[in-house]
Design a protein around this ligand. Structure first.
Ligand SMILES: [Zn+2]
Length: 553
């Protein structure tokens, strides 16, 4: 009996002394476990998050207890508390906005974002509950740190009690075991839940992808394709839109007049009704849409892009972008665009500023004036990217009041939907103006318009934006619209001869084959079954995320 008491007494004292440390380190975990329960959609992902975060906290707890009771230990506790609180805050924002945990594709976007854009993102997404959460967490941290850590009583504990786990053998053994086990389990079983590990590995992946793009795709010519030239005179235009979902387009039966100008010339257009983007983020999506990469072969080593294809076929290629290039050589679409012979980056502001797509017109007019016989013009719009209200000039402030089609009706959704619809309406005027400019040329031409991905604006989720975690239908459903000149139609009268061509189900990850078909560019890796225009087109499974069949969800 005495023997047991010998162990229990000091153990009890140490446990008592540990109390403030335990409270300080574990309260972010308790907040995650309680508030997270309200947001996470599936019980299983909630349990995983709670276990993973509990383990991480335990590891930090052990690290703290390994230090001698000096001021260092004290500050370590404050730092760990701040890290854990920040992690909980980030996780809860993701839960609250998207109903799921942070993932690699969202992190890719963070890596491509500069600080100004991040502040724009914050201003777009900040709402009362997030603000409340942030202030609540901050006040709680300050209160607890002050109360527990910087009190005379705690000083007494922290300096009197020597290094915890070296005092008592039983406790030492137990805590060390917990430490090693937690570390092992975090790395092996809860990799996905750990933002720090996930962030580091995603960043590595991101750098690899960029390196691969730099060596392959940023160059004018590619060794990976063989192209058979033709001598057609032509002016072809590919418009790459941004964050425009066909769910908000009048051309696709939306209940508001968001496309008055394209609807006016609907008879001249080929409106494809069943096209999706491979991803819901610009960089991941365009890496597949504009190159040979697809679901089965992402980040291909022997990759080539549609820009290089056009270069090889003897076109004068133009990359006219209204998206900030982020240090010219940095962002992924910029690298693909860098293969063009002539590059124009019209906009140096980020998405947080007022950026209107009409800025590209003077550049386009100049390009069209040039006498070069074969022009391939890629136009990368800022489109309907957040902040929506910064995408259109005042005179396009057209919609007001509540739209009956909005699924989630409240004060915030009303404004955001109106702003998005105004941006779509402005985008309509941009695409129509480009078509008119090309029409005036009266040459062998096409204008093709699609968006890099869609956007959910209170359609399926009670929020707005695009993210792969939720990956709702409006985030994948993109417009795909073509205008052809009379000369083009005469030259290629076999096009669109089958009736069902406009309804074909298509994933833009195969776009390079459609592009090659439409532009009359033959190359060695052309696969007619992957061209949405071709007679030999074959419907194939549209796989998204980790192998989910888009059509069977
Ligand atoms: Zn995008």
């Amino acid at each position: 009996m005495l023997n047991i008491l010998k162990y229990i007494k000091p153990l009890k004292r140490e446990v008592n002394n540990l109390f403030p440390i335990v409270v300080l380190l574990y309260y972010p975990f308790i907040i995650l476990s309680t508030i997270g329960a309200c947001y996470l959609p599936s019980l299983w992902s909630y349990i995983r998050e709670v276990i993973a975060f509990g383990l991480l906290t335990s590891v930090l707890f052990v690290v703290t207890s390994l230090f001698s009771p000096t001021k260092l230990r004290k500050y370590l506790i404050v730092i760990f508390n701040l890290i854990l609180s920040a992690l909980v805050f980030i996780k809860l924002i993701f839960y609250q906005q998207f109903g799921a945990k942070i993932n690699a594709s969202a992190l890719f976007v963070v890596f491509e974002t500069n600080t100004e854009e991040a502040s724009g993102f914050i201003s777009d997404y900040i709402n009362k509950s997030i603000l409340f959460l942030f202030i609540g967490l901050l006040l709680l941290s300050i209160f607890l740190v002050k109360r527990l850590l910087f009190s005379a009583k705690f000083d007494e504990y922290i300096f009197v009690v020597p290094r915890l786990c070296f005092k008592n053998n039983v406790l030492k053994g137990f805590v060390m075991f917990l430490f090693l086990l937690s570390g092992y389990v975090i790395f092996t079983m809860f990799y996905d839940e750990n933002i720090i590990i996930k962030g580091l590995s995603s960043y590595n992946e991101y750098l690899e992808l960029k390196e691969c793009l730099k060596t392959n795709l940023a160059k004018e010519r590619s060794e990976n394709i063989k192209v058979f030239p033709n001598n057609d005179e032509a002016t072809y235009v590919v418009i790459i839109g941004e964050s425009t979902s066909r769910w908000h387009m009048q051309l696709y039966d939306y209940n508001r007049e968001t496309n008055p100008l394209l609807t006016e010339i609907k008879d001249e257009l080929f409106v494809f009704s069943n096209v999706i983007s491979p991803h819901t983020h610009t960089i991941l999506s365009l890496e597949k849409v504009l190159t040979l990469s697809d679901y089965w072969y992402p980040n291909k080593d022997d990759n080539a892009s549609i820009v290089q294809l056009a270069n090889h076929a003897g076109f004068s290629t133009y990359w006219l972008s209204n998206q900030r290039p982020v240090g010219i050589h940095e962002s992924i679409p910029t690298m693909i665009g860098n293969a063009a012979k002539y590059k124009y980056y019209v906009n140096s502001d980020d998405t947080f500023h007022d950026v209107y797509d009409e800025k590209i017109f003077p550049y386009l007019d100049n390009i069209l004036k040039s006498e070069l016989p074969k022009k391939m013009i890629f136009i990368h719009l800022i489109g309907t990217h957040t902040s929506y209200k910064r995408r259109y000039p005042e005179k396009f402030n057209y919609f007001s009041g509540e739209n009956s089609k909005t699924k989630f009706k409240h004060e915030n959704s009303l404004d955001v939907v109106n702003e998005y619809d105004n941006a779509v309406r402005y985008n309509d005027s941009i695409v129509r103006t480009i078509i008119e400019k090309i029409k005036e040329q009266n040459t062998n031409s096409y204008v093709l318009y699609f968006s890099d991905h869609g956007e959910d604006v209170f359609d399926i989720m009670d929020s707005f934006g695009h993210n792969e975690i939720n990956g709702t239908k409006p985030m994948y459903d993109v417009p795909f619209v073509i205008w052809l000149s009379e000369k083009y139609k005469r030259k290629n009268n076999s096009f669109f001869t089958t009736n069902d061509v406009l309804e074909r189900s298509y994933n833009l990850e195969d776009f390079i084959h459609s592009f090659s078909d439409l532009s009359n560019i033959s190359f060695d890796q052309f696969n007619p079954s992957k061209s949405v225009f071709n007679k030999e087109y074959v419907k194939s499974k549209r796989l998204i995320k980790n192998g989910i069949d888009y059509d069977e969800r």
